[in-house]
Design a protein. Structure first.
Length: 138
């Protein structure tokens, strides 16, 4: 696989893989011609206690709210914590983190493998998007 990882302090940097190359290699390695589609939660209620997936850490890394892997618009995958196993992550679901309420930027950065400054930049970008959408709705 082509990906780059280097260590910054005590955390490894994120690793990004091209999905075209990776998916083709994975399909040929398994002998299958089409990817397997597995069940995953469809609603937040599926992930809460008593739901079909109340298990933590969440095993559904393909979910859009999972913190272990990010998928870019071009389809490339970014593994956010390449040096940790799934059960070693502080949190695995962004929706679980959102239920905590407000967090300081250091905590956000630790949960997403970002620096405090990058978390601040993303906060500013997200705030701008929310403001623009609110203006459209008015």
């Amino acid at each position: 696989m082509s990906g780059r990882s280097s260590t910054l302090g005590d955390q490894a940097r994120k690793v990004t893989y091209s999905t075209k190359r990776t998916a083709v290699r994975a399909l040929f390695a398994t002998g299958r011609t089409e990817p397997t589609i597995l069940w995953r939660p469809e609603r937040r209620a599926d992930c809460l206690e008593g739901g079909a997936n109340a298990e933590r850490p969440c095993p559904f890394v393909g979910c859009r709210y999972h913190l272990a892997i990010d998928v870019a618009p071009n389809g490339s995958l970014t593994i956010n914590f390449p040096d940790l196993e799934l059960d070693e992550l502080l949190d695995t679901c962004a929706l679980d983190v959102a239920e905590f309420g407000g967090l300081v930027l250091d905590d956000v950065g630790r949960r997403m493998n970002l620096t405090r400054e990058r978390a601040r930049q993303i906060e500013i970008l997200a705030g701008g998007k929310v403001r623009r959408r609110l203006e459209v709705l008015r």
